[in-house]
Design a protein around this ligand. Structure first.
Ligand SMILES: Nc1nc2c(c(=O)[nH]1)N[C@H]1C(S)=C(S)[C@@H](COP(=O)(O)O)O[C@H]1N2
Ligand SMILES: [Mo]
Length: 436
């Protein structure tokens, strides 16, 4: 696979290390303008492809009938390498136990296509017949209720674009002695963002009638891992969704079909997939999934019992590790940022390993608890550089450095690593994962 990054506009255009975005657009327009006037000869990139006068030698796809209609669209066959990075540590013993990471360095915008949403499963994907699946709400309620999927589908629904991130995302960068030389998605791809639709959990709880002593929930999945977590009931009345749809279509089996719990901004693990039971309790249940894991060991020997909110974080996805720059010139640095605390208010980029910073542009909408995309034009002069991004959210939380993360967490602490990601660019254009 060719991982070289094409330069957008051929030749070097300015001596400055970075350009103002308006300059970037102007330069782009200037180059394109020259190209048209000069018969598409203005740029190295275009002339290299061999410009032809319009109307001569049409490619076959322009003068033969196109392929027939299809009932479910697929990506172009030329895009075949865009795949999740699937890894299970247990071989044939438990092939579905592990994770398939999103190839974030190959995606644009903020929405993760359903087939590329990350999948983290504790015992594989169950093959659930929606006609036989039920959701039970019981415990400290006036009326225990069960809901079939058909019944759930008749309730008023809400939609929300939000990110989901595994507590174990970026754990490779937290514990590996040397930075792993793999793609951005291979280290940081346990993050995805989708448009989820479903029934507000508050609606269903109100129908069941929560008793005054009901303060927590136990949410359990129908998979054979019986994954279950305790959730403070306030979250249910804030923004929890019993989700049935993912980006407009029914949730994919890997992501919780036919119904999952969605807790916007909170630790991926608590977003119970294949949801089949919610029990209202007076306190946390202390299930196996929240005592054996997800209780982060700290440097001082103590452990955090719960970490609900995902920290403020960002990753430059292009240029990024394992890619190669195609020579000095103008590039666009881009990446994704998110925070469990709300909106991203700012993303800063450093080109010199954290010594100086400048603001990136946030493009599109900065929705709360969603992924936002940032961009910055960069005139690379061909000498070594170290790229970093630092996100800040509307609550004033600032993405920490890796040193800060390591100082706070146990030596083998690997969860909730939201520290700054650094990419080292060598003079030969190769890009490496580096610890700063
Ligand atoms: N029932 C059940 N729910 C589950 C899991 C699971 O294994 N079983 N994995 C959890 C973990 S660790 C994460 S990070 C998220 C992942 O959601 P996704 O696979 O849809 O990305 O689901 C959570 N919900
Ligand atoms: Mo997870």
């Amino acid at each position: 696979m060719d991982t070289r990054i094409p330069k957008p506009y051929g030749e070097a255009v300015a001596p400055a290390q970075t350009l103002d975005r308006r300059d970037f657009l102007k330069q782009g327009i200037k180059v394109a303008g020259t190209a048209v006037a000069g018969g598409i000869a203005g740029t190295a990139a275009l002339s290299a492809q061999g410009a032809e006068p319009i109307g001569k030698d049409f490619p076959a796809w322009s003068n033969t009938m196109g392929k027939g209609l299809s009932t479910y669209g697929q990506p172009s066959r030329f895009e075949d390498p865009v795949k999740r990075y699937a890894a299970s540590g247990y071989g044939t013993l438990a092939p579905g136990t592990g994770s398939a990471r999103s190839p974030i360095e190959k995606l644009e915008g903020v929405i993760t296509p359903n087939g590329l949403h990350y999948d983290r499963s504790h015992n594989g994907t169950p093959d659930i017949d929606p006609a036989k699946h039920k959701l039970l709400i019981h415990g400290l309620v006036k009326r225990p209720l069960t809901f079939s999927i058909a019944e759930l589908s008749r309730y008023p629904m809400v939609s929300r674009i939000c990110f989901l991130e595994c507590a174990g995302n970026s754990s490779g960068n937290a514990v590996a002695a040397e930075p792993p030389q793999v793609s951005a998605g291979n280290v940081h791809g346990l993050i995805s963002c989708a448009d989820w639709t479903g029934v507000p959990l508050a609606l269903l709880l109100n129908e069941a009638g929560v008793e005054p002593g009901g303060k927590w929930l136990l949410a359990e999945g129908a998979d054979s891992a019986a994954m279950s977590r305790s959730i403070p009931i306030e979250k249910a009345f804030d923004d929890a969704i019993v989700a049935l749809y993912q980006n407009g279509e029914r949730i994919r089996p890997e992501n919780g079909y036919p119904v999952r719990l969605l807790l916007p901004g909170w630790e991926g693990n608590m977003n119970v997939k294949w949801l089949n039971r919610i029990k209202v309790t007076d306190g946390p249940t202390h299930t196996k999934d929240e005592t054996s894991k997800y209780s982060d060991p700290m440097a001082d020997g103590k452990a955090r019992q719960f970490t609900f909110e995902q920290g403020v974080k960002s990753v430059i996805t292009r240029p990024s590790g394992t890619m190669t720059m195609s020579g000095a010139g103008l590039y666009e640095i881009t990446g994704i940022a998110w925070s469990g605390a709300g909106r991203i208010s700012r993303v800063e980029i450093s080109l010199d390993g954290g010594a100086t910073w400048r603001d990136a542009l946030l493009t599109g909408q900065a929705l709360p608890k969603s992924v936002v995309r940032f961009r910055l034009p960069w005139e690379w002069n061909g000498s070594p550089a170290q790229l970093q991004s630092r996100a800040i959210d509307e609550k004033g939380n600032v993405q920490p450095t890796r040193k800060m993360y390591k100082a706070e967490n146990a030596v083998d602490g690997r969860f909730h690593n939201n520290s700054i990601v650094a990419w080292g660019v060598d003079a030969d254009g190769s890009i490496k994962n580096v610890y700063s």
